[in-house]
Design a protein around this ligand. Sequence first.
Ligand code: ATP
Ligand code: MG
Length: 352
Amino acid sequence: MTQRRMLTGDTPTGQLHLGHWVGSVRRRVELQSQAECFVLIANMHAFTTRSEKPDEIRRDTLQIVRDYLAMGLDPEKTAIFLQTEVPAISELTYLFAMLLPYNRVMRNPTLKDEIKVKNLGDNYSFGFPLYAVGQTADILAFRAHAVPVGEDQIPHIELTREVARRFNQLYCGVDPKTEDADHAAAGGVFPIPEADVGKVARLPGTDGVNKMSKSLGNAIFLTDELKQIKKKLGKLYTGRQSPDEPGDIENALFQYVRTFISDADRVAELERRYAAGDDIGDGHIKIEVAQAIDALIAPMRERRAAWDDRDDDLIDILREGSRRANALAEETLAMAKEAAGLGFWKRSLSLD
Ligand code: ATP
Ligand code: MG
């Protein structure tokens, strides 16, 4: 049996936040010792909405590497690499774009949401919807089995599964009735990947409404100190007026309680007293949550600070990760070209 392989990544549109940790990165750290792991920084996809700000994309690319190292990704175990330095991904994007109906791509609810939330109107670039096709190539270039992501990514993974099935059926003779799990054994180039959604699939932001997101100004970052965390949580609106008023334990504040306070008895007690309006104020709970978050991220903050002013070392990590990524992605591309009748000779590219 082949070893399980994990691929996932993040777009450099800002620093990573607690949503990334609970939705995806925590799981990646766990998987490091169980699977072959690849983590991509989608710096080309960052151009979909920020093509006029290459300096920011470059800065955020390195910030994300710092965040990864701080959160516990180990570059010895996980290949951390740059999307723009793996040419096979772009080549597969072109090929997969031929296998997906245009309307199918545009129906993707995550794309539609992004157009709305980011106010893109109908002025987005051609490359914007193309990124959804590109993401199928990010994953399939590594013939990944598992993709640890938050809930918003599920439509993208579904699109990836469709391309993989279609490719295997069209070019590898895989029978359409074949179960997803059996595609590779039936001769398909691509295993059908699965989304591995974290226990907290969607952490709300400190606005208490939207998903915590880099671009919505509602995020708590690893670099935030206790004081800032308290200030941000202070703004979280619950609508509750006094410590004696029964509260809703499904609100955003209680999602934070359950996510970040690790003592289960304490969580149960807070839930009971909040639901009953038993003399427990929102402000008090927020301080407890802020302390729990600070205890979680303080060691990360410290590890992160050790990478300040070390851009060259971070670039070395990306370079080594990209070397490992290219070795596998070039192999996949050759297999795909061979299957699709494009394998006229075996090329060798030097990708140092
Ligand atoms: P942007 O605002 O630029 O879209 P983002 O904060 O949504 O950024 P992405 O780079 O789009 O972050 O997401 C990277 C990964 O982190 C994805 O797997 C996504 O599902 C997960 N993720 C991001 N925010 C959250 C969240 N609030 N809760 C759970 N998972 C999240
Ligand atoms: Mg996003």
